[in-house]
Design a protein around this ligand. Structure first.
Ligand SMILES: [Fe+2]
Ligand SMILES: [Fe+2]
Length: 490
């Protein structure tokens, strides 16, 4: 619902032409795919295929089918244009939508040649669920079932009896919707694998009801087909998903769980090389996650972005306060050089994230989390030694400013955590002052102009960070000091 009030990316005539052209290309692929299906059905004999098309008025059916494919493409376009226009804007997303449909229908057709009820009915729905969202998965599932039904109807003289055709449609549609709700909240790939068995159960039950007479004669093929369908859907989805994650640069919840594991290679390196920064990232992640939950953003993605926002500090960890224990190397170098070292952690973060083949969104947040803010401390230090006024831009981060709500939350939470730690402020009122000051400072520097953060959301973020940060930096009980042999132990 919230998306309705968000600023949508403006579309030019070129964008309409580009997106519609890609839909036209995929509609042609659909039709060519259908001709390939006919060719396979004719056992790879072209003359048999032509005879099949020309018999029983099939030519009219073929024209009808081509028109139907065009109408389905139009329906898909209208759905995404109205429900998720920004998603449709990217050409790679259009390819993703159609490749999911094409692969799923092709596999279902191939398996259906041997056993109709063993088709991986839920494959399209599961891929769409994990690479897009729940609502789109239900829509894509409807389209894939519809396409399969059309192909079955066209081939029904040779392949299927009509009651199996309807049963296949009903079983496929209903079990896929169930699969969407079962897998929606599942947090690991292993649990999804187990879901394959769960999906099989309603599939078998509905098949038994629809094919009662045949099941009574010999139930084993139907039971085996049900389990094959459930397991095939899940296994194929898990095999295809990593490819799609890489090719289309998509971030699924499974990928997010994997990369936020403390044993993930880059996080482990951060913990071992810059433990201070690692702990800072953990605290920032709790703040960012709470804010993301409060304004309806993806909490898992927010956590991942917070974990990796400062990985650029790995390049020179000793130059950052949280990793220093007494000695400060900045005291021996000019403030201009210090500024270069400090601000390069944003771009170094992007470099490390790409080097470790992590999702692009993490690199975006790493490079944006300080926006174009000035590094005031070194600007002031340099001003002391300079007779003329210095250009503040020479002492500022290079940006860009946060481009997403999550990047803006990381920016605020990061600065609040660092300042609360540096000031040693712990009580609610002091922390609230810090959070207000940080937000006002960033607003004065126009840092939130390129993301869709609203004033209401900024207020929610302020309250959430204040509550969470005063919880993190809670007052500790002061223990009495104990003197043993003149030494002081606390
Ligand atoms: Fe940073
Ligand atoms: Fe940070």
């Amino acid at each position: 619902m919230e998306k309705k009030f968000e600023r949508l990316r403006p579309w030019t005539t070129k964008d309409y032409v580009r997106t519609i052209s890609w839909f036209a290309i995929h509609t042609v692929i659909f039709v060519l795919g259908f001709i390939a299906v006919l060719y396979v059905n004719a056992k790879f004999d072209f003359s048999v295929m032509l005879d099949f098309i020309q018999s029983d008025g099939k030519v009219e059916n073929l024209i009808y089918l081509i028109v139907a494919m065009c109408l389905i493409s139009l329906g898909i376009y209208l759905y995404f244009y109205n429900e998720n226009r920004d998603f449709l804007y990217e050409t790679k997303n259009i390819n993703l939508i159609f490749i999911i449909l094409e692969i799923s229908v092709a596999i279902m057709f191939g398996v259906g040649k041997y056993m109709v009820y063993a088709r991986p009915f839920a494959l399209c729905a599961l891929l769409a669920l994990l690479l897009m969202d729940k609502r789109t998965a239900i829509f894509m599932n409807t389209i894939s079932c519809f396409l399969m039904f059309m192909i079955d109807t066209f081939l029904s003289v040779n392949v299927l009896e009509s009651h199996i055709l309807y049963a296949s449609l009903l079983v496929g549609f209903s079990t896929s919707v169930l699969a969407i709700y079962l897998v929606h909240k599942t947090s690991s790939r292993i649990k999804v694998f187990l879901m394959g068995f769960l999906i099989a159960i309603p599939l078998i039950v509905s098949t038994v009801c629809l094919e009662f007479t045949a099941v009574m004669k010999n139930p084993l093929p139907f039971i085996l087909a049900g389990f094959t369908s459930g397991m095939l859907s899940v296994v194929l989805m898990m095999a295809i998903l990593p490819l799609f994650e890489r090719i289309f640069n998509k971030v699924t919840d499974y990928r997010l769980f994997e990369i936020t594991d403390h044993k993930a290679p880059l996080l482990r390196k951060l913990r071992e090389t810059a433990p201070g920064t690692f702990n800072h990232c953990l605290i920032v992640s709790t703040l960012v996650e709470a804010c993301a939950a409060a304004i309806g953003e993806n909490t898992l993605l927010a956590r991942a972005c917070a974990y990796y926002h400062d990985v650029g500090k790995l390049e020179r960890p000793e130059f950052f306060t949280e990793n220093q224990s007494g000695y400060n190397p900045h005291s021996e170098i000019p403030p201009e050089l210090s500024t270069d070292i400090i601000r390069s952690h944003a771009t170094d973060g992007e470099k490390f994230i790409k080097q470790y083949h992590l999702p692009q969104i993490l690199a975006d947040v790493a490079v944006q989390h300080h926006g174009t803010m000035p590094i005031t401390y070194f600007y002031m230090r340099a001003s002391k030694f300079s007779e003329s006024a210095l250009d503040i831009k020479q002492f500022s981060y290079e940006g860009p400013k946060p481009q997403s709500k999550i990047a803006a939350i990381v920016m605020i939470a990061d600065a609040c955590e660092a300042k609360a730690r540096a000031d040693g402020k712990r009580n609610h009122a002091d922390v609230d002052d810090i959070v207000c000051e940080i937000i006002e400072d960033r607003m004065a520097h126009h840092q939130f102009e390129e993301c869709n953060l609203t004033f209401r959301e900024i207020e929610i973020i302020r309250q959430t960070i204040t509550n969470a940060l005063s919880g993190v930096h809670h007052d500790r009980v002061q223990y009495p000091k104990l003197k043993i042999g003149g030494d002081k132990y606390e």
